[in-house]
Design a protein around this ligand. Structure first.
Ligand code: SF4
Ligand code: SF4
Length: 340
């Protein structure tokens, strides 16, 4: 069913949802925006943020640092309680919602389920806010998504001016909307116009047809040497990426605890082996890994590109390395055709 949430009612409705859920919403924080617990400060909400929050909401499911285990000197180990408190993420963009579904294929796969990820995913409802004016660094439509993509959402929300139109997509979503008024036929019509316009206005950032073949065929190309020249190896592109999930597990003996911490393939220590050998010794191999993982290895593993086109790596790379330009050039690399 479709429902209406008037702008003026947002604080009241968030308060109502807060009684049963811990609500997270995009809010101002210092000079940027992030998904933070909603504490009744409606003036801090930034639903009209022109681009994605700087930090992706993946941290709500995969914290930057989390305890996995604590142990005693006599060999007793215990795991922390699973965090299954109902949560609600309000106003997340479609690319970030879709990123969760991509990460599900890593943390909730047939042969491996991460209990921490799974508990958080199952106890969380997601209200996606479609982007009626995607910003210039976004390219979701190029990579199998779209500004109103519904994958992973319990509700898809569309800004129709004086109010938001909410389409409930799952029983979780229906349950959240039960006290809201139904949308009229005229309001439903406005939605299709907004969604179609936003989607058709987005230009194609690069060609994905044949891109994987070109990347695979040019693993040893000098292209990687050229493309990494200005990279600082700072890791910003991966830490802020909603689909990057590298982590390291560290035992902190002084605290008798084991932690999982975000890590990044853009750091040289990430791939350094215990022997001292590093299979990715320079930024050339590490840059190649970043692009190949998203645009070739994910395709091998799950048949999908592992990038949602959120544009964070484009926006926040300190030296302006633009993944779209990198892939545009990679797509033009020669592919040797072998005739039988
Ligand atoms: S953000 Fe830019 S400079 Fe930093 S590691 Fe990524 S590509 Fe390199
Ligand atoms: S690679 Fe860049 S554009 Fe793609 S999902 Fe990650 S941060 Fe977003």
């Amino acid at each position: 069913m479709n429902y209406i949430l008037s702008r003026n009612d947002i604080p009241k409705v968030l308060e109502m949802w807060s009684k049963t859920h811990q609500v997270f919403a995009p809010q101002k924080y210092s000079n940027f925006s992030a998904f933070l617990p909603y504490e009744g400060k409606a003036e801090q909400l930034c639903l009209e943020y022109p681009h994605n929050t700087r930090y992706p909401p993946k941290a709500l499911f995969l914290p930057q640092s989390e305890e996995l285990l604590s142990y005693t000197k006599d060999g007793q180990a215990s795991e922390p309680a699973l965090d299954a408190k109902p949560k609600l993420i309000f106003g997340i963009h479609a690319c970030d919602t879709r990123a969760m579904t991509l990460l599900d294929t890593v943390f909730d796969a047939k042969d491996y389920q991460d209990p921490f990820w799974k508990a958080r995913r199952e106890s969380t409802a997601i209200i996606t806010l479609g982007c009626d004016e995607p910003c210039s660094t976004c390219f979701c439509t190029t990579v199998e998504g779209g500004p109103f993509n519904r994958q992973g959402a319990d509700i898809i929300m569309t800004d129709i001016g004086e109010s938001f139109h909410l389409e409930a997509l799952t029983p979780k979503g229906e349950n959240l909307c039960k006290d809201l008024p139904y949308a009229s036929a005229a309001e439903d019509r406005k939605v299709s116009n907004v969604q179609e316009k936003a989607t058709s206005d987005m230009p194609k950032a690069f060609d994905t047809e044949g891109l994987k073949t070109a990347l695979d065929a040019n693993f040893d190309s000098s292209y990687w040497e050229e493309v990494q020249r200005s990279c600082l190896g700072c890791g910003v592109c991966t830490f802020l990426c909603p689909t990057c999930f590298c982590f390291d597990i560290a035992d902190e003996a002084a605290r008798s605890k084991r932690y999982r911490n975000w890590d990044t393939c853009m750091f040289s220590v990430y791939s350094r082996e215990a022997s001292g050998h590093n299979p990715r010794p320079s930024r050339k191999e590490r840059t190649r890994q970043r692009l190949m993982h998203k645009y070739s290895y994910w395709v091998d593993q799950i048949g999908k590109i592992g990038c949602t086109g959120c544009g964070r790596c484009v926006r926040y790379c300190p030296v302006g390395l633009d993944i779209r330009a990198m892939l545009r050039e990679a797509g033009k690399l020669p592919v040797e055709v072998i005739h039988a």
